[in-house]
Design a protein around this ligand. Sequence first.
Ligand SMILES: *[C@@H]1O[C@H](CO)[C@@H](O)[C@H](O)[C@H]1NC(C)=O
Length: 582
Amino acid sequence: MPGKMRLLFPLFLLGLVLGTQQALPPPCDSQIYCHGELLHQVQMAKLYRDDKEFVDMPMSGDPAQILQRFDELAAAYNHSIPRDEIKAFVSQSFLVKGQELDPWLPEDWRERPQLLYNISDPSLRAWAEKLHKLWKDLGKKVKPEVGSQPERFSLIYSEHPFIVPGGRFVEFYYWDSYWVVEGLLLSEMPRTVKGMLQNFLALVQRYGHIPNGARVYYLQRSQPPLLTLMMHSYVTHTQDLAFLRDNIKTLALELDFWARNRSLSVSVAGKSYVLNRYHVPYGGPRPESYSKDVELADTVPEDRRETLWAELKAGAESGWDFSSRWFLGGPNPDLLSSIRTSKLVPVDLNAFLCQAEELMSNFYSRLGDTSQAEKYRKLREQRMAAMQAVLWDEEQGAWFDYDLDTGKKNTEFYPTNLAPLWAGCFSDPEAPDKALKYLEAKQILKYKRGIPSSLKNSGQQWDLPNAWAPLQDLVIRGLAKSRSPRTREVAFQLAQNWIRTNFDVYAKTSAMYEKYDIDKGQPGGGGEYEVQTGFGWTNGVAMILLDLYGDQLTSGTQMAFLEPHCLASALLLSLLLSLLAQ
Ligand SMILES: *[C@@H]1O[C@H](CO)[C@@H](O)[C@H](O)[C@H]1NC(C)=O
């Protein structure tokens, strides 16, 4: 109950200080957006349905003054400020969310890119044209005042305009942007892509890594590392080698972050290997989900709170926030409070880095720097060996997350178990066909509306029955690398399933979603917030598949999708029409 929480704030702080466990550093320095009593009191008062609302609100004045006013208020009420007073304080000291961004019409947007002409089915082509138009709704530009007075905003200033995911996500995100970038290139918008890359590169220059998204409260966590791949897609499209040359050192800097801050050594059969994990050693509740994190922490022993909060942030860093994938093997594998993200060595993360190392080696070769090319070639070689020894399972034909606590693989199904195929991080030419056998053995192909995120229905958004666009891509374009026509046919069928789910839901709702419920064939649910529309990466993946299979994909025969009673009325109608015609 919020009232009780307010009374308890001094105790809450005391608990952090006196707790048997040493407090980890806060998620960022801001005493308004990241930690401190103001944030605590406001978020626990639950003024908004979504905690992200408050931390996205710009300040109406100087932060020092706002903090001082708040301290006076807190003192006046002996730290149990009535909710109405908190509400009044917030509306006096903060502006409505979204003021710091302007809508932006991408300058390189043109009608009818080539992609559309390669799509045979007229309904799909018309739909693709709408997807292409959606970039115009998702373009944003940061207002100049965020650059001149950054202390008043949680938004991190970015010089170049960008495409956002949509819905509550009005800032740009790291791994989302990869699929957005692919979509933009298919929309023939390399100038927009270049600006987005420049924003990411500037973040690496400034912070040494790319935060989860462009807000200060995301600063200490990153997201699946796909910047090198984005650069590769851009350079392949434009041949802009000068841009690559100017920025290759910054790409290297980002990979250094993953090597320095996110690597660990794993011993298997007496040999030691270096691999990576998601790991965010920062404490405190996530500012954008503050009250949820505080309440969750109430359900665990006090000395586990800080660890819990760090593991939640690591879960956010993985992009899979949240999934039973991260709490399997915990004290209660059904509960989010069992989350232990950093205790797993994830297949997808290591596949992404393996791919990045190969791309870096190729980039440096092209730029004529043979010693750097060699360095990355070696790194990739080492990682391939490590993945083979630690993650690969020959018997099942797939890779599995490695559990550092048990020294065993987590053999549950996740689409990411096949990520090395997508990332081109395998040496056995039969690997895609083994993967197909694995999917058959796990009965994954019986899901006709998309590949689920897992086979466990936990109520979390990265679990059954939810399916996510990037995970479809990981599997589909992985299998598509097979030499076997049968495996490639399955890749196409999976693409067809996913496109139809996207298309059908669009036909009903006129919107694209961040995730889909493949059980009911509707927008996804579960997790911490309402399902969001937009939606950057879903649109990107749809365009990738339309580009890959445009001549074969179909929107589905109208009749097959009619309900029996509709079918009856359709028959009646055609009978009537033929009678009239006579
Ligand atoms: C990464 O590690 C360095 C050196 O240990 C540290 O100074 C830096 O704060 C870390 N970065 C993050 C985002 O945790």
